[in-house]
Write a protein that binds this ligand. Structure first.
Ligand SMILES: Cc1ncc(C[n+]2csc(CCOP(=O)(O)OP(=O)(O)O)c2C)c(N)n1
Length: 816
């Protein structure tokens, strides 16, 4: 027979595990929760446990393996909550709700994505920030989509209502013709003043329409700010992300982001995730959004607590906010809060919800507003507050029309001051060669291992070769060129952050940034020990994610412009798993939001008979996105070109993303290696001229590996009249360099663009019209694979045949 204490424990354990399923979480009674047999019973113990776990707060924490964390939550849940400052909460709720109603009345038909039905979010955020301030918080990075964003800009980021109203007035549209973004996507910065007197700087992150994709960007930005803040960074910088319930359960990038949260290389000491759960997504109801009642279920796969709270019990909401923030502070862990409310209007204000949910919306129409419910429950008079709020909003609107332009509502941090964007100009250029002694010195540093370290024999051989390369005793290959670029930059005080799948070794066994002791499996990263002036270095193996990891590194680049931030795809073909980040952030952020990034994307590319998904990084897609010098698209054709490109990227103050197609089989190929002089003297050249053929009759223009194959074919044929030029920078298009390179061969009657990609892919569509313009008086042709629905064949033999045909066609003169 179990003792009484044991019986009590058993009952409590059931409620700790399942109690949330009987909790009173839903203001409108829409959630359909299963009955749980284990919770049946009406003893004193049942009642006590029910009081803790089945009120307006429910919690899921049985899936957390660490008993200390479970114990922490249990103690909080099983003790009484402190009384909140109800007058203050009423003030905030009233202000939040009347702000929405004011816009509704003054700008009828304008989209604002009202927060009404879930306005408890505002006191929730207040409490999170108050708690953060208690733990030394100085910055909060806030990510969110459309719902309630304007309300958060006003109440949390502390902007003026007049600035927001100016957006509705849409003053000065000419200034943003073809660019800019809608008001509920733009970022904002401001101050939140906590009651302990501390000010938190709020950074509401610019957000595309694509739901949830901002999540890893918030984390990356927080990571960078924490790195900047130093030892106590995680307490100083707090990431907070608000989600819609439909998006939370539906968008895979959220699951990828939650995974990052628990990984050492990506940890930000915990993100507070809030689901603004209005139990509807546009017109779709929960039963069609996820197979379980709770949108939050996707978060249960990671060991983090999930609090559910009834959004109409605002005192409980505030209590949960405090628990969530304190849990983050105690364990450096993510927390999910599922704030259950409803949506008072349609998806936007121009949408009529009575078409799809007529009964529900009849019911909602009758449902009282939260500020009134709260005042009544708290025994407070809301009218004086409401009067004040209305008067103040009216005055702000009068201010709004005075703005000559829509205000930016954002101030960039000082560390962006030295950097600039805009169009390319000659002043962007920098010097990238490095003296021979310095290369020899970094060669020593890069090939040294700690005393007693057991190096794998194959790696030892490579290190010996690298030492020789640095001394000019053998040509330098890509792997060493990259290591020398990183090392020389680190010694110039430039930090390095690099992540990608298997990047520490390198997918093609080419990098060996991390050496592994053959006896102990301990790792040694030489690059981590050579930075000067505090330049840190991180080279990380990423989880098997493209989207969230690229988003994260993009975020890091946004708050560490001084660092070289690199993301590497395993093969460039997989980068399209992160396409939204490329389209919505990397290509577009400067145009939409005036925000810059120097992120480097390394995309292994080249046709080597490895099938449709290991051949193409889709050069064409990047070129399609290229406009107004929004980024740089390059394919270095030898090791020195790669070295100079990386150094140029870090040293320039012109901050533009760099899309860099990298080789695979060519990584160690002698033709793509470079003599040491190419590192000590030369610069990156957008167009590589032909040093072997003068006064050619024909010119082949290409980019990447095919150029080396063309050269080998030319040699085989004993051809001395065909020049081969490499276009190492495709965008911004190096018009002058190409004109000059073509002019070297006045007798050439035709210029042939040669690419490995099929006719509907590759750079052809982009290069040919430009070439037509530049190659005055000469015939312009192209050689490519036939148009195809996939980038490459699955047969290695078919690949060989195709490649031979390409080479043969390239050396066949066209009709004149
Ligand atoms: C990736 C993506 N797919 C589709 C949409 C179109 N869309 C905009 S809002 C919305 C519904 C969002 O519902 P939910 O996440 O529950 O947030 P709510 O609007 O209810 O606050 C949809 C489908 C989008 N913005 N992003």
């Amino acid at each position: 027979m179990p003792t009484l204490t044991e019986q009590r424990e058993q009952i409590f354990e059931c409620f700790r595990r399942w109690g949330y399923l009987e909790a009173d979480l839903d203001p409108l009674g829409l959630l359909r929760l299963p009955a749980v047999q284990e919770l049946e019973g009406d003893t004193e113990e049942h009642q006590a446990a029910r009081g803790f776990y089945c009120g307006t707060v429910g919690v899921e924490f049985a899936h957390i393996l660490d008993s200390k964390r479970r114990q922490w939550i249990q103690e909080r849940m099983e003790s009484a909550a402190a009384a909140p400052d109800r007058a203050r909460i009423l003030e905030r709720l009233t202000s939040a709700e009347l702000f929405e109603q004011f816009i509704q009345a003054r700008y009828p038909g304008a989209k604002r994505f009202s927060l009404e039905g879930s306005t408890a979010v505002i006191p929730f955020l207040d409490q999170v920030l108050e708690t953060a301030a208690r733990f030394g918080g100085e910055h909060a990075l806030v990510g969110m989509s459309h719902r309630g964003r304007l309300n958060v800009i006003l109440h949390t980021a502390g902007r003026q209502a007049a600035e927001i109203f100016a957006g509705f007035e849409d003053v000065d549209p000419r200034s943003v013709l073809g660019a800019g973004d809608v008001k509920y996507h733009r970022g904002a910065t401001g101050e939140f003043r906590a009651r302990n007197g501390r000010e938190l700087r709020i950074h509401l992150v610019s957000n595309p329409s694509h739901l949830e994709f901002v999540d890893p960007v918030v984390m990356g930005r927080a990571y960078a700010k924490q790195a900047r803040a130093g030892r106590d960074g995680k307490n100083k910088v707090w990431p907070v992300v608000l989600h819609g319930d439909g998006a939370f359960s539906g968008q895979g990038v959220l699951a990828e982001t939650l995974n990052l949260g628990g990984l050492r290389a990506y940890s930000v000491g915990g993100t507070i995730h809030v689901i603004v759960n209005n139990l509807i997504a546009f017109t779709t109801e929960p039963k069609d959004l996820q197979p379980t009642p709770f949108a939050s279920d996707v978060a249960r796969r990671v060991p983090i607590p999930i609090f559910h709270v009834n959004g109409e019990d605002v005192d409980a909401v505030v209590r949960v906010a405090q628990m969530a923030a304190e849990y983050r502070a105690a364990f450096g862990s993510d927390v999910v809060v599922d704030l259950v409310g409803y949506r008072r209007h349609g998806h936007s204000e121009i949408d009529d919800p009575t078409i799809t949910q007529p009964v529900l919306y009849r019911h909602i129409k009758e449902h009282p507003q939260l500020w009134k419910i709260y005042a009544q429950r708290a025994g407070l008079d809301a009218e004086p507050v409401a009067k004040r709020v209305r008067e103040s909003l009216g005055a702000e609107q009068k201010e709004a029309v005075k703005f000559a332009k829509i205000p930016s509502m954002r101030k960039l941090p000082g560390y962006w001051a030295p950097y600039f964007g805009g169009r390319y100009k000659a002043e962007c250029e920098v010097s990238t060669p490095v003296r021979g002694e310095e290369l020899r010195a970094v060669g020593e540093l890069l090939t040294r291992t700690p005393a007693g370290f057991h190096v794998h024999p194959k790696v030892k051989k490579l290190l010996d070769q690298r030492l020789e390369m640095s001394r000019g005793e053998r040509p330098v290959d890509y792997g060493m060129a990259e290591a020398m670029a990183f090392a020389t930059l680190l010694r110039q005080g430039i930090p390095l952050r690099f992540s990608g799948q298997d990047s520490r070794r390198g997918t093609f066994n080419q990098r060996h940034a991390a050496l592994v002791d053959t006896e102990t499996e301990e790792q040694f990263v030489a690059l981590e020990h050579i930075g000067e002036n505090g330049a840190w270095c991180e080279i990380q193996n990423s989880p098997l994610s493209e989207a969230a990891v690229l988003g994260f590194e993009y975020g890091v680049s946004r708050d560490y412009p001084e660092a070289l931030v690199v993301w590497e795809a395993q093969f460039g073909d997989f980068a399209n798993g992160a396409q939204v980040f490329i389209d919505q952030f990397i290509a577009a952020a400067e145009d939409k939001w005036g925000l810059l990034s120097g992120l480097v994307m390394l995309l292994p590319h080249g046709y080597e008979g490895q099938g449709p998904e290991h051949s193409s990084a889709r050069i064409e897609r990047f070129l399609h996105l290229a406009a107004r010098d929004n980024f740089q698209i390059c394919q270095p054709s030898d090791a020195a070109q790669y070295f100079h490109l990386l150094r140029r990227q870090a040293l320039r103050k012109w901050r533009k993303p760099l899309v860099l197609f990298t080789p695979k089989s060519m990584l160690r190929h002698p033709d793509a290696s470079s003599p040491i002089e190419a590192f000590t003297r030369a610069h990156f050249r957008p167009v590589l001229r032909d040093a072997e053929v003068r006064d050619a009759k024909r010119i082949l223009l290409c980019t990447g590996k095919i150029g080396h194959e063309l050269k080998a074919e030319r040699k085989r044929r004993g051809d001395t009249s065909t020049a081969i030029l490499f276009l190492d920078q495709m965008y911004p298009f190096p018009e002058q360099d190409l004109t000059d390179a073509l002019a070297q061969h006045p007798a050439a009657h035709e210029v042939v663009w040669v690419q490995e990609e099929p006719a509907n892919m590759g750079a052809q569509f982009f290069v040919l019209p430009r070439l037509e313009r530049l190659a005055t008086g000469r015939a312009v042709r192209s050689v490519k694979r036939s148009a195809s629905a996939t980038p490459a064949t699955g047969s290695a033999k078919a690949h060989e045949m195709e490649q031979e045909t390409l080479l043969a066609l390239a050396f066949t003169t066209g009709k004149q």
